[in-house]
Design a protein around this ligand. Structure first.
Ligand code: ZN
Ligand code: ZN
Length: 261
């Protein structure tokens, strides 16, 4: 059996097949997903676009709720079949509700846009929650998680600035004598660290950084990160940041690892 996922609209006019396992499954609680689905949230399965075939596409209509989003739905029955985000052109988002069969090879792993969720809906599982203005900031939902600390917030701010390729904001976070080391380079001083960061930014069209797990000691925060470069290259990286007494970053150590597969 080569086809791993099959989805169809309610009336059956449109079918989507993905010949590859999903790349991720998440719950999105944003207002757009809520209104377009009529449910508390939409569970999204991301699949590689190049592995997808859509039959009955002539029955699809497109609605763009945002400049980057294109939601394709069946014009006969109204089912939402897939969505495209122009910022991530390699991926189709498929609402899990249209999939046939009972099993997904990977389970939902996160909640996004939790700060925008329906007030009448309570999230009852322990999956990591993300929210805030962007919808992607880590929220403290796990009982076992330590409370937010200043360094942890700085670590997350660093990741946000990095994903936004905001060089100035990153430079402002670095101590003058910062040491930056990864699996390829080791540089000393703010200027050199900013230059390296600038080169990394120039090499990537887009960066999506998802913190999977954070660890903390009094002067340091480490994070296991999933980084999606240009919507296609998936890196699993551990970043360790040391902070000085002023809260500036005095060392960055990045380690490249392997993903779950
Ligand atoms: Zn239909
Ligand atoms: Zn959404």
């Amino acid at each position: 059996m080569s086809t791993e996922l099959v989805g169809a609209c309610f009336c059956g006019a449109v079918t989507l097949r993905a010949a590859a396992p999903p790349k991720g499954v998440i719950h999105c609680h944003c207002g757009q997903c809520r209104r377009l689905s009529g449910a508390a949230f939409t569970t999204w399965v991301s699949v590689a676009r190049e592995r997808c075939t859509v039959s009955g596409a002539e029955s699809l209509a497109v609605f763009s709720p945002t400049p980057n989003g294109r939601r394709h739905f069946c014009k006969h029955c109204g089912s939402h079949v897939f969505t495209e985000d122009l910022r991530m052109p390699q991926i189709y988002g498929v609402p899990a509700g249209i999939l046939q069969g009972e099993a997904l090879s990977i389970a939902p792993s996160q909640h996004y846009f939790v700060s925008h969720k329906a007030a009448w809906h309570e999230i009852a599982d322990a999956l990591p929650q993300f929210g805030g203005e962007s919808g992607y900031e880590r929220l403290q939902n796990l009982g076992a998680e330590p409370p937010a600390s200043a360094h942890r917030e700085r670590f997350l701010a660093y990741l946000r600035h990095y994903a936004a390729k905001d060089l100035q904001a990153i430079a402002d976070m670095l101590a003058a004598d910062v040491v930056l080391r990864d699996w390829k380079i080791c540089v000393h001083g703010r200027e050199a660290a900013v230059a390296e960061t600038r080169a990394n930014f120039a090499a990537a069209r887009s960066l999506l950084i998802e913190p999977l797990q954070l660890y903390e000691s009094p002067q340091s925060v480490a994070g296991e990160l999933r980084i999606l470069v240009d919507d296609e290259v998936e890196l699993f990286v551990v970043d360790v940041l040391d902070f000085d007494a002023e809260g500036k970053i005095k060392a960055i150590r990045a380690f490249l690892g392997r993903g779950p597969d």
